[in-house]
Design a protein around this ligand. Structure first.
Ligand code: SF4
Length: 65
């Protein structure tokens, strides 16, 4: 299992996460991104979104269960 932590304050709204992983990231009317699903069975492209974020606003944490 994986949990996504998203620092909305740090997010500069560049759109990279939504472009790379559109099934799990959306852009909001505030000009920030938003994860659609926080708890994940499979990390998938969220790992790519984490790596692409220019301000380190996405953290993927692997949980024990
Ligand atoms: S990649 Fe990072 S800064 Fe860009 S929209 Fe996503 S969370 Fe925000």
């Amino acid at each position: 299992m994986f949990v996504i932590k998203h620092d909305k304050v740090a997010c500069i709204g560049c759109g990279s996460c939504a472009a790379i992983c559109p099934n799990n990231w959306e852009m909001t009317s505030e000009g920030k991104s938003n994860p659609i699903e926080i708890n994940l069975d499979v990390v998938g492209c969220n790992k790519d979104a984490e790596a692409a974020c220019p301000v380190g606003a996405i953290k993927i944490i692997e949980t024990k269960d």
